[in-house]
Design a protein around this ligand. Structure first.
Ligand code: BGC
Length: 769
């Protein structure tokens, strides 16, 4: 049995500071720089009135992107009066310059504005949705995508982006699972840090650097029933061990700002939650940047039942919320609350200081127009290099879920293909959710991509085959913008008929199906996560022809794909690949790139299994050898997922063998090396992500059956083999115990290395203190 720990808050705080998943702050200031900044900001604040200070806390929308029913009016006057600290949802050098000049020339103290936007997976050149990016398991590539987004965003005058979103999600019903990196805290943390580094670059003062804003703090991905904006209720153990690490990793990487979430944490909405925003974030984690609310989330605290706008605004400033997005709660009520002594001047000063510091760190006081360069706006956006990077990212993000009879890659010449499905000749849905600067007209459709790769060497027989959905109520809910989802003029029956005809004339069917752009993302929860019925009907008819059928699957979340898995010959999951969608898809379908993506979320067999995730706890009655009474299983379905976390096939085959541990009995701070041999036994060069998991079956609390602790991406030529080694130190064994103390406990550990979370080579060690 392992030793029990007693509460020791000093040790806990120290350990919590260490609980990082390897992220260094490349933007850290020297002591001299901090002193200089403090002196500057102090000097400026001495001149500011209370109104001007409160003005800095007010973030308004410029109206180019809104996600709520409220917008701001009279922005121009507010900027001159000093009642606005920043604007988001407004970009373009001319527009930004107009507002910045109004602030710098027109306001009493000439304080520059900060300009933000939801740049989520690229600004103009759109990369795959974040869930797709995470499936690359390629941190350099992810960082590079953020760098390119920062370059494009700054070329249009922006200096702040509302990304990365690092909310861990175990529930595919939640539409925003598409915006994050999946279910794993370790991988999520590594990606969070890579993105912060990519956005912020080597110095925030650079003209091509943006300040990142990690969101949504905290636990937003655990909304009950996967319903958007819903209640979150979880133990501190679950928070610290599974949900908080990615936010912490972003803080350690030096993220400049944090956005509070819409949900409650321990019953208190995040936006006014002092434990979260001050005790945890600032005191335990040492966060030095500023916290902004989500869109009107401060006003919404009233709906959570905590009082009127004045009450909740006072509570928010006291809790540690610095900037108020859109709702103007601070602007309208803080001064009154100050007069009534419900708010301390010190709290308003703190918030104002942090926002001014952010502007200082960005170099805006030195040059408020630093990235307002009309030449760059022309030269740096949607460049060929950016598109090539987006294409490569997309290729790396695709996950091959099934490939019977090695049907993929397809031959580049000879024969015929029936290209069917509502997403086959479609540009709009290539981009996925959150693409404010993205121009769908410039994206490449699957049809265009295929034509570019095969020219006239393969006969393509196209038919749309079905609507995205035939359900008009669903369509109404999906359409928040014009022309998003519509019904075709042709009847559903005739469309299917066309697809069947095209398939009859062809050797192979390639069906491009799945979710449209607005089916995932914010406010896009679904209770049924299958491919819409209209498309399933088409697939069922096509399956009757018994021809090889390849599904190219668009999805912003794991879908339930049991029928598709049983009936399609191959399935290539392409998420929403971005601007270069069609080119990337064609390159993979025809073998110009061998797919290497791996799932970062578990795909359930049925929505009834949710939440289903690989790093679950064991039960007292674990499920073994098939369903039976009085075990933890269902009567009507297996416990296992359809596709596990970490899963993804390649056109080649990788064989794992010979897991060797450098020792099996260890003590204290010794280091363990685990080495496995990976061989390419197939007939293509391929990339493989080798994954290290550790299980901790003897602990003071029940621990996950296994947890991802490291991974390495390797390339193997045909016939090549490589020894892949992982170095394991006791740090990798640490977790938060019942006393929230972060440490490792001696005993037995299971070391697993494999191609996914389910198929691994494993060995056991004893590690004593
Ligand atoms: C979303 C945020 C986003 C904000 C600003 C909100 O509705 O939850 O993720 O950054 O709007 O657009």
């Amino acid at each position: 049995m392992k030793k029990k720990f007693t509460r020791n808050s000093a040790a806990f705080i120290g350990a919590a500071l260490l609980m990082s998943v390897c992220s260094i702050n490349v933007n850290a200031q020297t002591a001299a720089e901090t002193a200089k900044m403090n002196a500057y900001v102090t000097g400026l604040m001495k001149k500011m009135t209370v109104d001007e200070k409160i003005g800095q806390l007010n973030l308004v929308t410029g109206g180019m992107a809104i996600t709520g029913s409220v917008t701001n009016n009279g922005i121009g006057d507010g900027v001159k009066n000093g009642t606005i600290g920043g604007i988001f949802g407004l970009y373009g050098v001319a527009e930004v310059r107009k507002m910045q000049e109004a602030a710098v020339k027109g306001s009493r103290l000439h304080i520059p504005l900060i300009f933000g936007l939801d740049v989520i997976h690229g600004h103009r050149t759109i990369f795959p949705i974040p869930l797709g990016m995470s499936a690359t398991w390629d941190l350099d590539l992810i960082k590079q995508s953020a760098r390119i987004a920062a370059k494009e965003a700054t070329a249009e005058g922006l200096n702040w982006v509302f990304s990365p979103m690092v909310d861990i999600a175990r529930d595919a019903r939640w539409g925003r699972i598409s915006e994050g990196s999946g279910e794993d805290p370790y991988l999520g943390g590594r990606i969070a840090a890579a993105m912060v580094h990519g956005y912020q670059g080597t110095s925030l003062k650079n003209t091509d650097a943006v300040m990142a804003c990690v969101k949504h703090f905290a636990l937003y991905g655990a909304a009950e029933a996967g319903r958007e904006y819903n209640t979150v209720d979880m133990s501190r153990l679950a928070m610290y061990n599974y949900y908080l690490p990615p936010y912490k990793a972003a803080v350690d990487a030096g993220v400049g700002s944090i956005m509070s979430s819409f949900n409650v944490v321990d019953g208190v909405p995040s936006t006014v939650n002092k434990w979260l925003l001050t005790d945890l974030l600032r005191k335990q984690w040492g966060f030095k940047g500023f916290v902004v609310s989500d869109y009107t989330s401060l006003n919404e605290v009233t709906n959570h039942g905590l009082g009127d706008l004045k009450t909740v605004s006072a509570r928010a400033i006291n809790a540690g919320l610095d900037m108020d997005m859109v709702g103007e709660g601070y602007l309208k009520t803080l001064k009154k609350s100050l007069q009534e002594k419900k708010v301390d001047m010190a709290d308003i000063d703190r918030a104002c200081r942090l926002i001014l510091e952010a502007k200082y760190k960005l170099g805006l006081f030195d040059n408020p127009y630093k990235s307002l360069d009309a030449a760059r706006e022309k030269s740096d956006i949607m460049t060929v290099a950016n598109r090539v990077a987006a294409r490569s990212a997309a290729e790396h993000s695709f996950v091959l879920l099934k490939n019977d009879n090695q049907i993929l890659p397809l031959k580049k010449s000879g024969g015929s293909i029936a290209l069917v499905g509502p997403l086959a000749n479609n540009k709009r849905d290539m981009l996925g959710t959150w693409v404010i600067g993205g121009e769908w007209e410039k994206s490449v459709s699957v049809m265009e991509g295929i034509e570019r790769v095969v020219g006239d060497k393969v006969k393509i027989n196209y038919a749309k085959g079905s609507n995205i959905t035939d359900d008009t109520t669903f369509i109404k809910r999906l359409n928040f913008g014009p022309g998003m989802v519509s019904l075709d003029k042709e009847s559903p029956e005739d469309m299917i008929e066309d697809a069947v005809k095209a398939a009859k004339r062809s050797d192979i069917i390639v069906a491009v199906v799945g979710e449209s752009q607005s089916m995932s993302g914010e406010s896009s929860s679904r209770s049924d996560i299958s491919i819409p019925e209209s498309q399933q009907k088409m697939l069922r008819e096509l399956a009757k022809l018994h021809k090889p059928m390849v599904l190219v699957l668009f999805n912003g979340r794991p879908l339930t794909l049991q029928w598709e898995n049983d009936n399609a010959t191959a399935i290539l999951d392409v998420w929403a690949p971005g601007t270069e969608a069609g080119n990337a898809i064609a390159n993979v379908l025809f073998g110009n790139y061998n797919p290497s993506g791996k799932l970062t979320t578990t795909f359930p067999r049925s929505v009834g299994q949710i939440p289903l995730y690989y790093n679950h706890l064991n039960t007292g009655r674990p499920y073994t050898n098939g369903p039976t009474k009085f075990k933890s299983n269902y009567l009507d379905i297996d416990n296992s997922p359809l596709y596990p976390f970490g899963y993804g096939l390649s056109y080649t085959k990788f064989q794992y063998s010979n897991l060797k541990l450098s020792k099996t009995n260890l003590k204290g701070n010794e280091t363990l090396t685990a080495t496995v041999t990976v061989s390419n036994t197939g007939s293509y060069t391929g990339e493989e992500t080798v994954q290290l998991y550790i299980g901790d079956p003897e602990a003071s609390i029940s621990r996950p059956v296994k947890e991802l602790k490291d991974f390495k991406k390797i390339t193997l030529q045909v016939g090549q083999k490589k020894d892949v080694s992982f170095t394991i130190t006791p740090d990798k064994l640490k977790f938060f115990n019942s006393d929230l103390r972060y440490d490792w406990e001696p005993g037995k550990f299971i070391i697993e290395v494999g191609t996914n979370s389910d198929i691994t080579e494993s060995a056991t060690v004893n590690w004593m203190k």
